[in-house]
Ligand binder design. Sequence first.
Ligand code: AMP
Ligand code: MG
Length: 513
Amino acid sequence: MALSDAQPAGPADRTQDGARDRPDVFGFETSYARLPERFYARVQPAQVRDPKFLRVNGTLARELGLDPDQLETDAALQVFAGNRVPESADPIAQAYAGHQFGNWVPQLGDGRAVLLGELTDRNGVKRDVQLKGAGKTPFSRMGDGRAALFPVVAEYLGSEAMAALGVPTTRALAMVTTGERVIREDIRPGGVIARVATSHVRVGTFEYFARNGDQQGVKQLADYVLDRHYPELKAADSPYAALLQEVTRRTGDLVAQWMLVGFIHGVMNTDNVSIVGETIDYGPFAWMDSYHPAACFSAVDMGGRYAFNQQPQMAHWNLCRFAETLLPLLSEDTEQGKQAAYDALGAFEPAFDARFNAGLRAKIGLQTEQEGDVDLALDLLRRMAEESADFTLTFRRLSDADGADTGHDEQLRALFRDPASFDAWAQQWRPRLAREARADSDRKAAMRAVNPAFVLRKHHVYRAYDGILAGDHSPLDALLTVLAEPFADHPEHADLAQPPAQNEIVRNTFCGT
Ligand code: AMP
Ligand code: MG
């Protein structure tokens, strides 16, 4: 049977469509599926009626050693939709647990995601390819295992935007529409996203074993993570303490990078904390428009647990849960184990501070380090919050402001409800800039390289999505173009740098998957 008229096949039916005769273009490895059976459930992705490509990420495909042309075929479409499992894959749903909004949930797991396998990228790093929205698994509980198209589009855009900003993140290899409907508050089109992650192991994966009293499982998982992701730590005096410290350091570093681009993850539960320090699980995320430290858009986060300025504390809280799972591995002596955990967790603050403070100085154009620099930047943030200034545009326009005089400040100060507040700050800033040795043109270029013109604003996700529903992919294409190079100006898409008009403001974000 030709692939172009492939019918939905039975779940275990891997041969009907001729897949066995065809060279498998993916060449997956399946190391996670070699772990003990209790680490996952073997599953088959669900069949969907009428899949269509919305996007294939050619750049990422090449990074993964795949030929983009071979991914834009009908055979690949059937793989990305879940209709066909490549011969080299060994599809599984991973088991994990987690603390959600501070409450222990003993079993979560991949309820709507299927890990196909791993690919070795051009840097020699093994990366997971997972289909999200691929149907029910033993972990689905009450869910349907499907994804609605809107969150698929949002995750594709969000993770690709994050990557182009230089912040560690999972990636999006492809997204498809399924031709099926999913039932949420209403009936919506469905989609599947192919997510690429350096690891899908989460803090919640460790908790799953630790809190079930499965110490052997914790050790096997820790050894797997060390082997695959942190081989350099295996030579440390205490590899498990080194693992805790390195995960802590990376997570502190990651959260600081979020804060520097105005990003709010929105649902930093322990099951959404990657063991390799990547942004993962784009649900109710947002890049802020006007700056407020307590900004929180998630419709389910009533208490603001995961508000913008809470993120460092919450990340640290999550890492404490990780540390607890490792205690028995850290020492046979309980007190010594606790001390080792405290010491390792101590890596958070220095990692966060180093990245955040250096980033803040760079964002206001300071190359040398002088006393009061960070306070100067924090004072700007305070004024931005008071005057509802747009986070991204303020720093971008500040990049273009003249170091010597106020002549071209008009567009910049207009971002502040009371422009005099900016003027007062600039009276501190310009004398400080004057103490820098570098030329003003170099300072501007350096600032433009750290202060993006484009972030994924919430109202633009809706515009792209509405376009897709109307059969017009041009808003999606335009958005992907600017987000791929967020530090360039793209004058032809200047509208995509703009904050929402009053009637376009999105106040809530939803997991909604
Ligand atoms: P998340 O909100 O992505 O962190 O997911 C939390 C848990 O809910 C995970 O175990 C997911 O697999 C599960 N889940 C979310 N949406 C669905 C769905 N549509 N069907 C089944 N399980 C789901
Ligand atoms: Mg999750």
